[in-house]
Structure formats: structure tokens, C-alpha cells
Design a binder for this molecule. Structure first.
Ligand code: CAA
Length: 414
């Protein structure tokens, strides 16, 4: 059997990473500060990404993509995020919005939308969160009702990343309020559909190049065929499966963000002289740089291993491991960005230089695609379930405790 953690980069993945690195240095980094300040989307870089075929990375071959998998998606996202974390998510959110179709869509739906996404002709957004339903993704209130051969959608979504730029929106709606486990369905809404509008555009602390908006659905009518998978009630599962596939992507955004901050801190530390020597020669700064590099590298290989495991198809606990990658890498990015600001000292606190932006951009990583509290909850729930397999070790816990759950003779571990 293939080893799930066997990280092998395909030639295609390496080629895509190289292209991403080139675009990042030529078209993303030079204007990152301007797009951040103006809260503007970098259409030019997105066009370059499309022309280089990078949107094909996560789309299966049968639908016009490269079928290069989650590992390649991570490599590309990391490179883009290294230059501008905001642009990293502007790219990766297209995968997030596409995964419900890739993982749960009918053949007809895949043929209809995926080739357009692969060619970069249509951008995508994922509409799950609402004002009163963030971490509690099951507590949605946007509704969709079937009227003849159309779904009619009412309500508002919050924090739609890429909203306004995107052409295709995967919208999670309540289609059966009476059901507990089959309450929600995912429905595709295309830009320009009457009744579908962009509401408040959020003024954000970071990742300012990508829009995050409220999306409003005022009696939006879409064909019944837009129901992802063709069967109502599958939406919550599709959302969870999507997040399992997308979280390594956000984790790789964090790896890129951490590496980007470390790169800048390193260059500065080598050039900045105090007390007659570069500050990189001082042990306390060296410790910071070394810790930043170790944690970034640890995150990177955790993310690669988990992405490779997802691609292998043999991973039995994608949810837990995707949550681990997301949580560890994004906590690392925040820590590394914080230390990078510290190394820059007073300059680091000023908006004149990109390091302050690295710090602002890092915070959201611990919040979106599931807060790191939710990730820890997913990991812990999973560990508790898996502990069944460790029953043979019960003989090694204190006998007093053994007595509380066993009436029979105490089994000793010695
Ligand atoms: N795959 C498939 N099915 C799953 C699943 C998974 N990973 N996780 C749960 N399910 C199923 C369960 O089996 C269960 O099914 P049944 O009803 O048939 O038994 C059902 O879903 C409910 O599961 P839970 O009881 O575990 O659900 P819960 O209500 O306790 O919630 C949660 C679990 C992990 C907290 C979930 O709500 C969650 O992930 N919340 C965070 C939401 C989130 O990540 N939002 C991010 C928005 S996107 C974003 O931020 C992107 C951006 O802007 C860039």
C-alpha cells in the first residue's frame, strides 16, 4: 500500500511552483503595498495566474485541469503568499469555492463549471458564514425553497472572501429546517442573477487586496440543477469535506506568509547595524531567527505530508490531519510575523515597510476556514474517538481509576 505521508512532488507540481514564484516576484510583490492600501484586487496578477494555468492546479484533468492535487495547490499558494499573503488567499479561495463542485457535484455540474474555473475565466467564492453562524456552521439561516424547477434563495451571508470579484458562488442554504442532519444544501449562484447583490464591503485589518463582503440573496431564483450533487440535504457534509481539502491550502498560505516575514527579517538583520555590528550577529536576534526558521520549516513539512496524504487517497482521518496542519501553520505564521516586527524594531511598527503588513495579514489565518479553537476541537474529538484503539493500555493507568470503570478484577500493567 502507498504510504500516505510519502511526499513526492510531481514534475507538474514543481513546474507550477516555479511559475507561481515567478508571478509572485514580478506581479504580486511590487504592487502589494499599493493594493493593500487601496483595498484593491490585483487583477493583473490574477490574469497572469490564469495564463500560467495555475487555476488548473486543483481541477481534475477530465474537466480541463492539471489534476495536480492538494500538494501542488499548497506549493502554488505558498509561493504566492510568500510575496503577499492576501494574494495567496485570493488564489486559494478559488479552490475552496470549487471543492464543493469537485467533491460533491454531478457530472453535468462538473462539466459546466470546472473548465471555466480551470481556465481562469470564472473566479469562485464560498458562501458559508453568516452574521450569526460562524464557527457553528450548522446554524445557518439563509433559506432555499424549491418552487417548480427553481430554487428561491433568501437571506444574507457574511465574510464572503472574493465576493464581487467572483463569478460563481457556492452558497450553503437551509433547505429542510425540520431535519437535523439533512438541513443544509449547497447551491451555485452566478454573478448577475437577479436579486443577488454585494452588500457591505469590509474594511479589513489585513489581506486587504482580496475583497471580503456581505452577499445578499433577495428572492434569488436559480435552476433546480444548480443544487450541488442533485440531492438536497448533503450541504453540511459537502461543506465539511470541502474544508478538509481546503485547510491544507490555508495552512500553506500560512507557510508562505511565515517564510515571507522571515525573509524580510533576515535581510534586515544582516544589514541593520547597532553597536557597530549587524544585529544578526547578536545571540538574542539569532535565537529569534533560528526559532522562526525551525517553526516555519516544521509547518511546511507538516503541510506537505498532510497534503500528500490527502492526495494518496489512503488517509483515513483527513479532518484531523487537515486541522492539525491549519492550526499549527497558522499559529506559526502569527508568531513568526510578530517576531519579524520585533526584529525590525521601530521600523517594523510603521506602515512605510511591508513587515507591518505581514503582521496584519497573519492574524486572519488563525480565524478563517475555521478558528484555531475549532481546529483543536476537531483534533481532540478525533483523538478521543481513536483512543478506542488504545484500550490495551488501560492496564497501565492507576488502579483506582481502573476500578471506577471496571467491576471485574483489576488488570495490572506490570
Ligand atoms: N466530513 C464529512 N462529514 C462530516 C465531517 C467531515 N469532515 N465533519 C462532520 N461531518 C458530519 C458528521 O458525520 C455529522 O453527520 P450526521 O449528522 O449524518 O451524523 C454531521 O456532519 C454533523 O457533524 P458534527 O456533529 O461534528 O457537527 P458540529 O455541529 O459539531 O460542527 C464543526 C462541527 C467542526 C464545529 C463545524 O461546524 C466547523 O468546521 N465549523 C467551522 C466552520 C468553518 O470552518 N468556517 C469557515 C468558513 S470558510 C472561510 O473562512 C474561508 C475564507 O473566508 C477564506
Amino acid at each position: 500500500m502507498e504510504i500516505p505521508n510519502n511526499v513526492i512532488f510531481s514534475e507538474k507540481a514543481i513546474e507550477l511552483r516555479e511559475k507561481a514564484r515567478e508571478i509572485a516576484e514580478k506581479h504580486v510583490r511590487p504592487n502589494a503595498a499599493k493594493f493593500d492600501r487601496d483595498q484593491q484586487y490585483n487583477y493583473e496578477a490574477a490574469r497572469e495566474v490564469a495564463e500560467a494555468g495555475l487555476f488548473k492546479t486543483f481541477v481534475p484533468k477530465e474537466y480541463g485541469g492539471h489534476g495536480a492535487g492538494v500538494l501542488a495547490l499548497c506549493l502554488v499558494t505558498e509561493e504566492l503568499a510568500r510575496a503577499d499573503s492576501g494574494f495567496g488567499v485570493a488564489f486559494a479561495v478559488n479552490a475552496l469555492g470549487s471543492f464543493p463542485i469537485i467533491l460533491g457535484g454531478t457530472e453535468e455540474q462538473k462539466k459546466r463549471w470546472l473548465p471555466l474555473i480551470a481556465r481562469g475565466e470564472k473566479y469562485v467564492a464560498f458562501c458559508l458564514s453568516e452574521k450569526y453562524a460562524g464557527s457553528d456552521a450548522g446554524g445557518l439561516s439563509v433559506t432555499a425553497e424549491l418552487d417548480g424547477d427553481e430554487w428561491v434563495i433568501h437571506g444574507e451571508k457574511k465574510w464572503t472572501t472574493n465576493g464581487g470579484v467572483a463569478d460563481i458562488y457556492t452558497v450553503f442554504c437551509v433547505t429542510d429546517a425540520t431535519s437535523k442532519s439533512r438541513r443544509i444544501s449547497a447551491i451555485v449562484v452566478e454573478k448577475g442573477t437577479p436579486g443577488f447583490t454585494i452588500g457591505k464591503v469590509e474594511d479589513k485589518m489585513g489581506i486587504r487586496t482580496v475583497p471580503v463582503v456581505e452577499t445578499h440573496f433577495d428572492g434569488v431564483r436559480v435552476p433546480a440543477d444548480n443544487l450541488i450533487g442533485g440531492r438536497p440535504g448533503m450541504g453540511f457534509k459537502h461543506a465539511m469535506m470541502t474544508l478538509d481539502y481546503a485547510r491544507p491550502g490555508v495552512a500553506s498560505q500560512a507557510v508562505g506568509a511565515a517564510q515571507g516575514a522571515l525573509d524580510l527579517a533576515l535581510v534586515y538583520a544582516n544589514r541593520r547595524k547597532q553597536f557597530g555590528a549587524p544585529i544578526s550577529s547578536f545571540q538574542m536576534v539569532q535565537k529569534m531567527l533560528a526559532d522562526m526558521a525551525m517553526k516555519t520549516e516544521a509547518s511546511r513539512w507538516l503541510v506537505y505530508a498532510i497534503a500528500a496524504a490527502v492526495d494518496s487517497g489512503h488517509e483515513t482521518n483527513v479532518s484531523k490531519r487537515a486541522a492539525m496542519a491549519k492550526c499549527f501553520a497558522t499559529d506559526t505564521a502569527m508568531e513568526v510575523a510578530t517576531d519579524a516586527v520585533q526584529i525590525f524594531g521601530g521600523y517594523g511598527y510603521m506602515e512605510d515597510y511591508p513587515i507591518a503588513k505581514c503582521f496584519r495579514d497573519a492574524k486572519i489565518l488563525q480565524i478563517y476556514e475555521g478558528t484555531n479553537q475549532v481546529q483543536r476541537m476537531v483534533i481532540a474529538r478525533s483523538l478521543v474517538r481513536e483512543s478506542e484503539a488504545l484500550k490495551h493500555l488501560e492496564a497501565y493507568i492507576p488502579r483506582e481509576v481502573q476500578k471506577t470503570f471496571r467491576n471485574e478484577k483489576v488488570i495490572t500493567g506490570t
